[in-house]
Design a protein around this ligand. Sequence first.
Ligand code: GDP
Length: 399
Amino acid sequence: MIEGVLASGSEVVIGLAVAVPVVVVAGGIAVGLRLRGRGVREHVPAGEEAHDATTDAELVRSAETTSAAEGPAGAATIVEELPDLSEGTRAGPPEAASYRSRLGKARGLLSGYMGAVRARGRVDAATWDELEEALIRADVGVGATDALLGDLRTRVASGEIAGPEALVEALKGDLVGMLSAADASLALPGPPDEGDDDRVDVWLFIGVNGVGKTTTVGKVASRLSGTGHRVLLAAGDTFRAAAGEQLALWASRADADIVRGSEGGDPSSVVFDAVQRAASRGHAVVLADTAGRLHNKVNLVEELKKIRRVADRPPGRVVEVLLVLDATTGQNGLAQAKVFLDAVDVSGVVLTKLDGTAKGGIVVAIQRELDLPVKLVGLGEGVGDLIDFDAAAFVDALF
Ligand code: GDP
């Protein structure tokens, strides 16, 4: 059983106790075993809890497995939303995520078309039809497709590009050029031992429910922890109990601390509390998950504005606002994204689930239509499956 369950936060913490054993029992996954060794450091914001933890020791709450029979009904719903954290930790080293190894679906679509273009032996009307169909089907978008083909037609007409092989190479070059235009660098914290000032960097993760925000926060936390930074997660999606539980699992994996609110609580207060706690305990960065309920657009926009304001108040300093988009939703995802752009200044995009779609061209559409750099790419559900966007490697893997 979980020890030291917080009084007023018992619902969410008990949820974790329930979710862990059911995952273990139902899926035969060793999540609980990993939790046992690490301990989950967790804090519930002031105002939502009668007592405030004052030492790190009090924040450490060890999570241990228990039998599924001890959990209340309804646990199964929670488990469905938990990621399979065992990926990459089964026997043998995990396969390193790379564009080449994970973009098989997208490559399958484009390489078929490019094969047909090359096989024709010359550039004719059918060549342009093939190229147009390939780019539209890959979700590059009408605007970007027109721009790309317009440039290539001019260069073929002038004789600069001769033959289908050169045409495909020129298309690749144009795509890399388009995708390299924006600055995709992340505002990473400085070296861990050079604490230059008392400010706490805050990264906000925004986007529609289900796109992969929580998973991405976990992956980024793991990466930053791995480079020696102390990371604090803020579970700002207080509308779904499962989101907080899922984030707590990621926190334990990443060796990060976490601040959670009670279900339905004010997300801004969670973020506020996280920043205060980070400042007092020397965390370099707060990674804040947020809710993404699109059905209540006005509230969503107001809530995000408030979270951002609160996070930016000293000692907090918002250095990244990352819009998380699901590549499998293609152009629909872009339409949804515009709601978030109305709410806050976004510094970049995290494009998730690129491993699960043939529509790899969505990267081009995002940069062109949203005018935002894709900074990180999700290539799977495992902790190592988030990599920096690299235009040349991406285009190379697509073709
Ligand atoms: P949230 O509601 O935005 O917080 O979304 P979650 O983080 O809960 O993710 C929703 C689902 O997408 C989960 O099953 C994740 O494991 C899965 N997911 C997230 N990122 C990726 C990715 O890059 N590739 C794949 N294949 N699945 C992902």
